[in-house]
Design a protein around this ligand. Structure first.
Ligand SMILES: NC(=O)c1ccc[n+]([C@@H]2O[C@H](COP(=O)([O-])OP(=O)(O)OC[C@H]3O[C@@H](n4cnc5c(N)ncnc54)[C@H](OP(=O)(O)O)[C@@H]3O)[C@@H](O)[C@H]2O)c1
Length: 279
């Protein structure tokens, strides 16, 4: 039995569908099973990685798990590690972040490093997936594109190699179901190096209209992040790291090709699949 946490989200849902398609028995963890709408045959357990009691139920009889965390990533990882160890699980594939390799100290890196350490301390075999920015992050632009054909970018315009959620899920599925990935860590990126402005241009081409692009000033973004999280110091370091020319997702890696045997999906494909959201 393979458990997927965060199973209704961007990466988890893709992973569940791919695992079911390959004939694996899948259990999914969701706070709202009645709204999960996962494929037939998937056993949905109510709960979340923030709730240790639900993890005890979810891990019963599970040998492998894709661990996707939201919210207090480090605390949730400690909960997952304890439940997986107690259940005698054999392999945990953690959706971490390329941020752990960033040379600038910042909160996102710290919480994912703490999550990796907690999962390692479980004693269960691990694989760490460290993606750069997801293609779906451009969903942040939906409202302004719809209303004004405008993109106001919060994360700056540093070149990076964004990756499709489908590809991260595919890498996770290979790591979970094929030999040779226990103990490994993969930086998972797309093939193309793009700035946010170039993504906005591609999105505009797909939508058939030009989008006006601008980068929000750093102090304005810090205020927005601080307002969302209540942690101004973390907002300052996170925004600086995301805008730094030293981002560790600046160069494409071969992880998607190496594990799946195919090329990563280009951003244009994500934009075409999701164009209706922006119209
Ligand atoms: N976006 C990026 O560029 C990026 C890059 C690198 C790493 N990551 C990491 O990827 C992970 C997120 O993956 P994802 O985008 O696939 O997940 P997601 O879609 O944001 O969320 C996955 C599921 O978690 C549950 N959830 C959402 N918010 C929650 C909260 N506050 N507390 C508890 N449960 C919550 C929801 O499931 P239910 O409602 O069904 O419970 C949701 O469907 C994070 O650890 C993030 O740091 C993201």
């Amino acid at each position: 039995m393979i458990l997927v946490t965060g199973a209704t989200g961007k990466v988890g849902r893709e992973a569940v569908e791919q695992l079911v398609g390959l004939g694996h028995q899948v259990r999914a963890l969701s706070r709202k099973p009645e709204e999960a709408h996962l494929p037939a045959g998937v056993e949905v357990v109510a709960g979340s990685p923030a709730d240790p009691a639900s993890l005890t139920v979810a891990f019963d009889g599970v040998d492998r798990a894709l661990v996707v965390l939201s919210g207090d990533v480090a605390g949730e990882a400690r909960n997952v590690a304890a439940a997986a160890a107690a259940a005698g699980a054999e392999h945990l594939v953690l959706l971490s972040s390329a941020g752990v390799l960033h040379p600038l100290p910042h909160g996102i890196a710290d919480e994912h490093r703490a999550a990796e350490e907690a999962i390692t301390a479980s004693g269960v075999a691990t694989t760490f997936l460290r993606p750069g920015p997801f293609h779906a992050n451009t969903s942040w632009w939906i409202r302004t594109v719809r209303e004004n054909s405008a993109v106001r970018c919060w994360i700056g315009n540093t070149p990076g190699a964004p990756v499709d959620e489908y590809d991260i899920a595919s890498v996770a599925v290979v790591a979970l179901t094929q030999d040779g990935h226990r103990g490994a860590s993969y930086v998972v990126t797309g093939d193309e190096v793009l700035t946010s402005e170039e993504q906005a241009r591609i999105l505009g081409e797909v939508l058939g209209r030009e989008l006006e692009f601008s980068v929000a000033p750093e102090d304005e973004v810090v205020e927005v992040f601080a307002g969302l999280t209540g942690d101004r110091a973390a907002a300052v370091t996170n925004v600086a790291a995301l805008r730094s020319p030293e981002v560790p997702w600046g160069k494409p890696t071969t992880a998607v090709r190496d594990l799946t045997g195919r090329a990563p999906r280009p951003y244009r494909a994500w934009a075409a699949d999701n164009a209706a959201l922006f119209r």
